[in-house]
Design a protein around this ligand. Structure first.
Ligand SMILES: NC(=O)c1ccc[n+]([C@@H]2O[C@H](COP(=O)([O-])OP(=O)(O)OC[C@H]3O[C@@H](n4cnc5c(N)ncnc54)[C@H](OP(=O)(O)O)[C@@H]3O)[C@@H](O)[C@H]2O)c1
Length: 184
């Protein structure tokens, strides 16, 4: 909880904990309609979506949601036509949220990797982790940098004080499960 805001991460990962292929694209095998519908509903409920510049550019903001885009090429916090832009090296999260989302509520964090790393260090109140069980992406981008040191996303969330709810099956074929991890 940061200044009245709850921080909720959202990712769909492969069995080997990757969010995209080595070129930064999300392969079709990581796209799932049930997960997408659930994810979109969560974004609709959030007061702001905090995401990396590449994900912002790759996903046009058709619904006009309130976005906070992370970039090192920004001076502090800037209001631009398309979104709020934020450089975390210059302004703490609490001040960025005071500008971008003054009302209390959920901050949805859909990544990518460096964004997940940053919010992992700040602290997630919950992390919604969907997993495409039969998919592996050798050489892909891991959900957290620590995955490269041989740890799974689950291991990393446990190490940061989160506890798993019982998993839910989002889709049977191909198999996609969802586990919501919550701060104990
Ligand atoms: N499967 C999933 O759930 C999932 C989740 C997220 C993303 N993806 C996919 O993965 C693809 C790429 O993700 P990605 O991790 O390569 O890129 P990304 O996080 O979307 O964007 C990376 C950029 O965001 C900025 N940024 C991120 N963290 C920052 C920080 N702490 N401080 C300052 N700037 C920061 C930097 O912009 P500047 O270069 O301007 O400094 C960086 O180059 C996306 O296109 C998306 O489709 C999938």
């Amino acid at each position: 909880m940061i200044g009245g805001h709850l921080i909720h991460g959202h990712a769909i990962v492969s069995a080997d904990n990757k969010i995209a292929d080595g070129t930064g694209l999300t392969p079709p095998t990581l796209r799932n309609e049930a997960d997408w519908t659930r994810f979109q509903a969560a974004l609709d409920r959030a007061v702001v979506t905090a995401l990396g510049r590449l994900a912002h550019e790759a996903n046009p903001n058709r619904k006009g949601r309130n976005r906070l885009v992370l970039s090192s090429a920004v001076s502090g916090v800037e209001r631009r036509e398309d979104a709020w832009w934020w450089n975390p090296a210059e302004v703490p999260l609490i001040d960025a949220l005071a500008a971008a989302a003054p009302a209390a509520g959920v901050v949805a964090v859909p990544g990518g990797r460096r964004v997940f790393d940053l919010f992992l260090s700040i602290g997630f109140d919950a992390f919604h982790l969907a997993r495409a069980a039969g998919v592996t992406i050798p050489g892909g981008i891991p959900v957290f940098s620590e995955v490269a040191r041989g740890r799974s996303a689950s291991d990393i969330l446990i190490a940061h004080g989160l506890v798993a709810d019982p998993p839910e099956i989002l889709d049977a074929t191909p198999q996609v499960d969802l586990t919501v991890w919550r701060h104990a």
